[in-house]
Design a protein around this ligand. Sequence first.
Ligand code: SAH
Length: 262
Amino acid sequence: MKIDILTLFPQMFQGPFRTGIFQRAIDRKLVGVNIHNIRDYTHDKHHTVDDYAYGGGAGMILKPESIFEAVESIKPDISIEEKDDELPVILLTPQGRLFSQEIALELSKYSHLIFICGRYEGVDERVREHLVTDEISIGDYVLSGGELAAMVMVDAVVRLLPGVLGSEASSLDDSHSNGLLEYSQYTRPAVYREWAVPEVLLSGNHAQIAKWRREQAIIRTLERRPELLDKANLNLEERRLINRLSTSSYAREYKGQNWLNK
Ligand code: SAH
């Protein structure tokens, strides 16, 4: 996957993409990230990227010219193969559709993505109207720039690319991948300060462990994010378990415990 990011602050991207699985993905050429300074696409002596808002009001607006030219300079590079599907040009904005694991998965299918990071009071509306193909927000709050939002999105997308995580299976159980939060995880020691790891995990019985984990994931989601369960792919028995847990004192009684062993 090729990723191009347009920003006024390229130096912000130094750290995150040079660490851990991301650096490995770059080294193994699974992903290539190019950071473009919007200021490099200006033509005036002062490299002006922003201006006052028509109609007045506080704050500056990013001018359209350099953003259009930056995107247009990237686009001719695209190979014929990539022209088949539309190249997503994504504007980071608190007014966009809300980012989610589902959107990360959707974006991970493309071979090329372009991100535009806004600053100040945002970008000229004509960028939104005539250049971008998608607008995404990472949450209902306002950041001072799109850079951190782009990093969040790129991180979530890249770890879904084939071969990036150590094992192909390791993102399948992640929270939000199957509509459930992930089950609780333990590592050595088996007993720490008198707190023991649930016995079933030490049993070596893989079927029992899988069953326990599935149930833990369901209970955990019910306790913390019940609204997620509407979209989760659950069988009849699991739906019944949820009904039992949510309609009785059962849930309170077994909250946070291994109810199977009771
Ligand atoms: N005045 C704008 C906000 C500007 S914030 C408005 O009310 O809509 C400056 C820049 O930060 C934005 O252009 C955008 O690129 C980025 N940004 C701020 N909050 C964001 C969020 N929740 N998600 C993604 N990008 C965000």
